[in-house]
Write a protein that binds this ligand. Structure first.
Ligand code: 7RM
Length: 656
């Protein structure tokens, strides 16, 4: 691995301040307030977190020690007793929030449900009692393979309530991927549904579970609990498979939350690395509860009257932290949407915002780029005036997409929080606090209080401003992953050994390249394996993509390096075009020239490859690894199981 030494290629100096009205009413109201908070946390992180833990959460028993740090293993709030389901539900029942909407759900075929905190409590308690009846005990792992329906969140909260760690597997994963995860986690029970709606079609979730379990494929699984959603026929194996609506009949809705040790495992969530099989990222209870609570409160600037909508799936960390746990711990109204924007319903997101008067909207750059492609008239024809704050997550956002989001969706009045974080970090790490930190399009801005983020070289030396380096965190934080499930060694190797510790200082290695500008703003350049080097100049693929996307003909672009004897690597750009453009020699030349004009000759793509679509994971991340193989003219090797649509890859191969 080599140090990315990118020069400041992307010159993005526009600064967007929150309106005075926004700042005055915000949780954190000024840059000075942010800086004070940041300095206080830095000076004494333990005291900072302890004070918030005391103020913001309910504990059955207070901790003895705030942090026990035996690098790279951390324990937070040692010997404290807490239950996140209690903090998300029970404690709100004795307040006016009892009858406030906890969860608003909009179903794909147009059905909808709202659950108040009191109703959510009843559902979760019953679900927990059914799990217990099926033999699930504290410490048993429960697999959750569900569509985006309230029962997905209910199942998670029910598990948390009785101390059974959940492992949610995104409903778009195949039976094989599900089987691997159930086996790695030694799951005892699986919660699923007869099916789920996905872009006008039904995903046969129960059939996939059957496939995962056939021929004793996941021997630890004893029971399957099935929620009815689509009503299509599924086979139910007697003794193993049970309908939720049957078992809940006559079940008690009294199920006190189990006092959990602060360090008891809350969940495992699998995430792909650059090598090997997916890693089971382990998160525990107390620290995760506190960190997701605080980040939700300050970053999304929650008010009690808000309707908050995060468009992620609960199968990803974003859904865990910012649909379920963070918002509910704050007593917020969280919206859950089963649908996805698609050609047959390009305005569906804007309909949901209008219908429920959504105030806070959190989505991904890939979605924003899709909306740009679909056209401004869709959002323009809906009333989006309820929106107060916008957020993005998942990948770097190109300034063009940022500006479109700001202008068309936010009406130039809503701050945008570009939030950098990972499955491993549990919660948002680098982000604007929207009333305090002015934004720059494409920058996640500054670290959350208590987060000692830095950009360093491989020896751990901070790199000068505006030079590329590795994004690291220098001090433990409450929601950091505790280990790779069943593999402490891999945890150590993957995250703590790329940069060797020195003088007792450990570096959490995020796997992202970044630079920090003269204002202390972080610019995340993408995974370090996405950084390419041309004639000794290191380039973030993102910057080139951003340049390409700023050309009117380009809808989406993915740039990879192709090994080149002379220059180290040559830039290959995979490009999809806006509707009314077609590939041509002229366009090829024009795009190369455009990149030269936007960035400089060093960034001129050697090749532009036009394509109808780009290969993406089910969570919308472009699979550059596959594109790199294609560009290099090699066979695509390694795991392609996370690819959303295989035919995209096959087509690209044919076109080569
Ligand atoms: C939350 C999530 C993590 C990786 C991370 C980055 C990339 C996420 C941003 C971002 C630039 C952002 N978890 N990433 N957010 N890059 N700006 N705001 O996505 O585990 O699935 O992915 O995603 O590369 O390392 S994740």
């Amino acid at each position: 691995m080599t140090v990315p030494t990118i020069e400041s290629i992307l010159h993005e100096n526009r600064l967007f301040h929150p309106t005075a009205e926004f700042a005055q009413q915000a949780q954190i109201k000024s840059l000075q307030d942010y800086e004070q908070l940041y300095e206080r946390a830095k000076a004494n992180p333990e005291a900072f977190w302890a004070e918030l833990a005391e103020q913001e959460l309910h504990w059955f028993q207070k901790w003895d020690k705030v942090l026990d740090w035996q690098p790279p293993f951390a324990k937070w709030f040692v010997d404290g007793k807490i239950n996140i389901s209690y903090n998300c539900i029970d404690r709100h029942l004795t307040t006016w929030r009892r009858n406030k909407a906890a969860l608003i759900w909009e179903g794909e075929p147009g059905d909808s449900r709202t659950l108040t905190y009191a109703q959510l409590h009843r559902e979760v308690c019953q679900f927990a009692n059914v799990l217990k009846q099926l033999g699930v005990q504290k410490g048993d792992v429960v697999g959750i393979y569900m569509p985006m329906i309230p029962e997905a969140a209910i199942a998670m909260l029910a598990c948390a309530r009785i101390g059974a760690p959940h492992t949610v597997v995104f409903g778009g994963f195949s039976a094989e991927a599900l089987r691997d995860r159930l086996n790695d986690g030694q799951a005892k029970l699986v919660v699923t549904a007869d099916g789920g709606w996905r872009k006008d079609a039904i995903v046969p979730l129960k059939d996939q579970v059957d496939k995962a379990l056939e021929d004793n494929g996941a021997p630890t699984v004893e029971n399957v609990l099935v929620v009815q959603r689509t009503q299509q026929r599924v086979s139910m194996e007697p003794g193993r498979d049970h309908w939720w609506h049957d078992l809940r009949q006559g079940i008690s809705s009294d199920c006190p939350a189990e006092p959990m040790d602060s360090e008891d495992m809350l969940f495992i969530l699998y995430t792909s690395g650059s090598t090997g099989k997916p890693k089971g990222v382990v998160h525990t209870t107390g620290g995760y509860n506190l960190y997701t609570h605080m980040t939700t409160k300050w970053i999304f600037d929650l008010r009690d009257t808000d309707v908050y909508w995060c468009t992620a799936d609960v199968g990803w960390i974003t859904g865990h932290s910012y649909i379920v746990y963070g918002p509910l711990s704050n007593g917020a109204t969280t919206l859950m949407y089963e649908g996805a924007p698609r050609a047959s319903n390009p305005g569906c997101f804007w309909d949901v915002i209008e219908k429920y008067g959504v105030n806070i909207f959190y989505t991904a750059p890939t979605a924003i780029r899709a909306f740009i492609k679909m056209g401004e008239h869709h959002p323009r024809s809906r009333d989006l005036s309820s929106l107060r704050l916008l957020g993005t997550v998942g990948e770097p956002i190109n300034p063009e997409a940022w500006m479109w989001y700001y202008r068309v969706i936010g009406g130039e009045r809503c701050p945008i929080v570009d939030t950098w974080w990972q499955t491993e970090t549990g919660g948002i790490m680098i982000t604007p606090l929207p009333g305090a930190i002015p934004t720059k399009p494409g920058s996640a801005t500054r670290p959350f209080p208590g987060i000692l983020a830095d950009v360093v070289d491989l020896e751990g030396n901070p790199v000068p401003d505006n030079e590329g380096g590795y994004l690291v965190v220098r001090y433990p934080w409450p929601s950091m992953m505790r280990t790779v499930y069943g593999d402490d060694d891999r945890f150590r190797r993957t995250y703590w050994e790329h940069i060797p510790p020195r003088d007792g200082q450990y570096f959490y290695f995020a796997g992202d390249g970044a630079r920090r500008d003269e204002d202390g703003y972080f610019w995340v350049m993408g995974r370090v394996d996405d950084v390419i080097s041309v004639s000794g100049h290191r380039l973030g693929t993102m910057e080139i993509e951003s340049a390409l996307v700023s050309h009117p003909a380009v809808a989406e672009a993915a740039v990879v390096g192709k090994p080149d004897e002379l220059r180290g690597e040559e830039i290959v750009a995979f490009v999809t075009l806006e509707g009314h453009y077609t590939p041509s020699e002229e366009l090829d030349k024009a795009l190369k020239q455009h990149v030269v004009q936007e960035i400089g000759a060093l960034a001129r793509p050697g090749q532009i490859r036009f394509s109808d679509a780009l290969p993406k994971t089910r969570s919308g991340k472009i699979m550059r690894r596959l594109l790199r193989s294609l560009a290099a003219g090699q066979d695509v090797v390694g795991d392609t199981s996370t690819l959303e649509d295989r035919s995209v890859l096959d087509k690209l191969r044919e076109e080569a």
